[in-house]
Ligand binder design. Structure first.
Ligand code: ATR
Length: 271
């Protein structure tokens, strides 16, 4: 039987993951299928159990189920534990293993695709929801000079900083209004771009050449990207992160690391 995978979410119909994993599978000569699985908001666990019972090998998890997936994993990788969220499950016979590949995806996109080594840089992470929590540990592991987490609800930024404070990189939390000026890297992990808004922080966080990355892509990211470009920063959408997190998940399931560059190029061309 062909190994089955899926992306499970609600909504899930616009996910690019099936196309990405199909390209990875073809390029690495792995035989597998990858589908979209819409889970009812009150039926995530039942959907997963039915999929696993049908012989599936694993799945990606997207909004709004990454915290539920963490709770359902028998064991988790350290990076998933840090954020309390899981975006990839492997249905091992000994128990489900949870991982979170979003942070590695973001870091690989910044370092490999955008060509910026994070070591010694000042990073601003905007947002403190699930998306931000999922990537903070990996950003820290890349060795920046410091990371500031800003959020509309400052308590959530403070909680994130407290839970990651032991990892050896100076962290601070602030309100959106108190975001520090002239950062090297600005990552928008809020859902404001969903509303087509520019950015929830003042443009003084940017300086010429700042890499300003929105985790969204397509029309949703445009407001932020236009804002960044207007203020002299280098705008970058979340498409590279999407492909890189998928490559990490593919490796987690298959033990094979696909080449991401041609896939990112094809995806970019199809948008
Ligand atoms: P996700 O999983 O995408 O991170 P989330 O956990 O709901 O979703 O987090 C959404 C993030 O966007 C939060 O940081 C949220 O700020 P609050 O924690 O204060 O709610 C942020 N956000 C959403 N709408 C916003 C807005 N209009 N202005 C500023 N921040 C906003």
């Amino acid at each position: 039987m062909t190994d089955r995978y899926a992306v499970v979410g609600n909504p899930v119909e616009h996910s690019r993951s099936p196309a990405i994993h199909a390209m990875f599978a073809q390029a690495t000569a792995q035989t597998l299928t990858y589908e979209r699985l819409l889970a009812p908001l009150d039926g995530f666990e039942a959907t997963l159990r039915a999929f696993a019972a049908a012989g599936a090998k694993g799945c990606n998890i997207t909004v709004p189920f990454k915290f539920d997936a963490f709770a359902l994993a028998a064991t988790c990788t350290e990076r998933a534990r840090l954020g309390g969220a899981v975006n990839a499950l492997r249905f091992d016979d000994a128990g489900w293993v949870g991982d979170n590949t979003d942070g590695a995806g973001l870091v690989n996109d910044i370092q490999k695709n955008a060509g910026r080594s994070l070591a010694g840089l000042r990073v601003l992470l905007v947002g403190a929801g699930g998306a931000a929590a999922g990537v903070l540990g990996s950003l820290i592991a890349a060795g920046p000079a410091g990371i500031t987490v800003v959020n509309r609800t400052v308590d959530k930024a403070q909680a994130l900083v407290a839970s990651h404070g032991h990892l050896g990189v100076p962290l601070s939390a602030a309100t959106l209004a108190d975001a520090p000026a002239a950062q090297d890297i600005v990552v928008n992990a809020t859902s404001t771009s969903l509303a087509g808004a520019a950015a929830p922080v003042d443009a003084r966080v940017l300086k010429p050449g700042t890499l300003a990355l929105d985790m969204m892509y397509g029309p949703k990211a445009q407001g932020f990207l236009d804002w960044a470009a207007f203020h002299g920063a280098e705008p970058r959408d979340g498409l590279g992160m999407l492909v890189e997190q998928a490559a990490e998940a593919f490796f987690f399931w298959r033990g094979v690391r696909p080449d991401t560059a041609p896939v990112l190029k094809a995806l970019r061309a199809s948008l």
